[in-house]
Design a protein around this ligand. Structure first.
Ligand SMILES: NC(=O)c1ccc[n+]([C@@H]2O[C@H](COP(=O)([O-])OP(=O)(O)OC[C@H]3O[C@@H](n4cnc5c(N)ncnc54)[C@H](OP(=O)(O)O)[C@@H]3O)[C@@H](O)[C@H]2O)c1
Length: 279
């Protein structure tokens, strides 16, 4: 049995689906229940209270570990989850980390995530780490303003990064969970092309078949919005990257192709699959 945390999110949902389709027994974890693919068990647990995971972990051979933003806070103890998994007999953990751990190691949220990676490496478990860059699904933040005002509002409109489709992250994670050859792998995951927020708005307009205006936010305006959803350290670290990505953050990583044998999906694929949110 494989436990998937964050199972109702952008990465966890397609991962749960892919593992179930591969014939694996899956236990899906999130705080709130949601519809699951046939045969998938859902267990409600809060990662901020690691012992709440115990019923999900019993009988598990592998764990996909996705930590929400608040678990990067200084008082959080996500490494307890790794200890608990080892104590309950889990043999393999695949951690969803972040590209910034390598490219901006001094950022506060990156230091916290690096500590989780280090704990996993020292745990004696089989492990693999996926380090994605910015997600295509961050564009969900624009869905309401596209629906109601035909507008995308974002900072740094002409500064791009190679955003990654969360479905590709999920496929790579599934490979790491199922295939021994990925033990000890650290995979940096990007999309196939650098794309700016203004170009992303153009892609949404093209798929919608109607115009979408681009409105450039200041850094402070963007931070005020982001901190409604993520801790201030994570907002600052993210804004540092998207305002001035360094060469490592602009590089198109070969790792999706290396693991899956195909190129990563372009942003337009993600928009086509999720266009209902923007209509
Ligand atoms: N967005 C980016 O550009 C980016 C880039 C690099 C790395 N990342 C990392 O990717 C992760 C986010 O992935 P995502 O977009 O798939 O997430 P998401 O769509 O925001 O979904 C979060 C999932 O985690 C669950 N969850 C949240 N807090 C929880 C808690 N305390 N206990 C148990 N479950 C909890 C949510 O369900 P409930 O709310 O019902 O619990 C949901 O299933 C984060 O770790 C982030 O650091 C993101």
């Amino acid at each position: 049995m494989i436990v998937v945390t964050g199972a109702t999110g952008n990465v966890g949902r397609p991962l749960t689906q892919a593992l179930a389709e591969a014939g694996e027994q899956v236990t899906a974890v999130s705080r709130h229940a949601a519809a699951m693919p046939d045969g998938v068990r859902h267990v409600a647990a809060d990662l901020a209270e690691p012992t709440s995971l115990t019923p999900a972990l019993d009988g598990a051979k592998a764990l996909f570990l996705l930590l929400s933003g608040d678990l990067h806070a200084p008082e959080a103890r996500p490494t307890d989850i790794i200890d608990l998994a080892a104590a309950r007999g889990v043999r393999r953990v695949v951690l969803l980390s972040s590209q910034g751990v390598a490219t901006r190691p001094l950022g506060a949220s990156r230091v916290a995530m690096r500590a989780v990676e280090d704990a996993l490496r020292g745990s004696g478990l089989d492990w693999a780490v996926v380090r994605p860059g910015g997600f295509a699904s961050n564009a969900f933040a624009w869905a309401e303003s596209v629906r109601t005002q035909a507008t995308v509002a974002a900072p740094f409109g002409d500064v791009g990064v190679p955003v990654i489709d969360p479905a590709d992250i999920a496929e790579v994670a599934a490979a790491c969970l199922l295939d021994d050859r990925h033990t000890g792998g650290v995979y940096e995951l990007t999309g196939p092309e650098v794309i700016t927020p203004r170009q992303q708005a153009e892609v949404i307009a093209a798929v919608l078949g109607s115009p979408v205006r681009f409105h450039e936010l200041t850094r402070d305006e963007a931070k005020a919005t982001m901190t409604q959803f993520v801790p201030v350290e994570l907002a600052d670290d993210t804004l540092d990257i998207i305002s001035a990505p360094n060469p490592a953050e602009l590089r198109i990583s070969p790792d999706v192709e290396r693991v899956l044998g195909r190129a990563p999906r372009p942003f337009s694929d993600w928009v086509a699959r999720n266009i209902a949110a923007f209509r």
